[in-house]
Design a protein around this ligand. Sequence first.
Ligand SMILES: C[S@@+](CC[C@H](N)C(=O)[O-])C[C@H]1O[C@@H](n2cnc3c(N)ncnc32)[C@H](O)[C@@H]1O
Length: 245
Amino acid sequence: MLDYDREAASYDATRGGEARAGAAAEAIERLLPPGARVVVDVACGTGIVTTRLRRAGRLVAGVDRAAGMAAVAASRLPGGVVRGDAARLPFAGGSADALTMIWLLHLLDHDTSAAVLAGAARVLRPGGTLITTVDKTDAVYRAGDERLSRARDAHVPQASDALDRVLDVGAGCGLAMAGRTTFAGVGQGRSPRAWGDLLGGTGLGWTRHADPAVVAGLREHLAGLPGQDVPGPDPVYTLLALVKA
Ligand SMILES: C[S@@+](CC[C@H](N)C(=O)[O-])C[C@H]1O[C@@H](n2cnc3c(N)ncnc32)[C@H](O)[C@@H]1O
């Protein structure tokens, strides 16, 4: 996982900024139960999405493990952010009407993501809603090059935030699917050159297990595409709503 303490200063500018945050918050709003009064944004990061969830009569809190991210979030929501681990949420059982998790589960291993889903079920009141992104990294690759996407599929096991897995693990915690929607990762489409640079670096875990000849072939393929510096389409992310029985 990235060092989010170090990411904090550049996070908003490099993750689609206000436009992406606005799209995410609007999508969350479509899935929130009417009248939700206590909403906790888990892994709130810099709070750029969290702050947009505030409404009259609704208490919104953020929690994040990284001090650097939580500090930026606290500047947006004074008094409304705590440092904490999503697998051990610092909130009483049954205390929230809704929990949101934007871009968290895909970062975690299977055991931790299962603990996070169980912890979410504990903090939600009966009838409360968990709203989470699923298939996050898939969305990024699907928006990129098809050949690259297929190569990655062949080298990665099931993601922690795979839709089927979240539904299975959620069912085991008493969370049932209640809806889904999407939002655009505004400004996050990558150009062929940017994908090629990523493949050439160390940031993509799956390339370490791939045949170097396959990776070299992909880089060659990307370098031969037209519009080397033209960003591809924005990824479209899926948000899932799960309701606690
Ligand atoms: C990709 S960022 C997403 C931030 C925010 N939800 C957004 O949409 O802008 C992932 C965040 O998850 C936080 N995080 C990672 N593991 C965590 C954990 N176990 N508990 C709480 N936060 C965690 C990181 O510190 C980081 O702020």
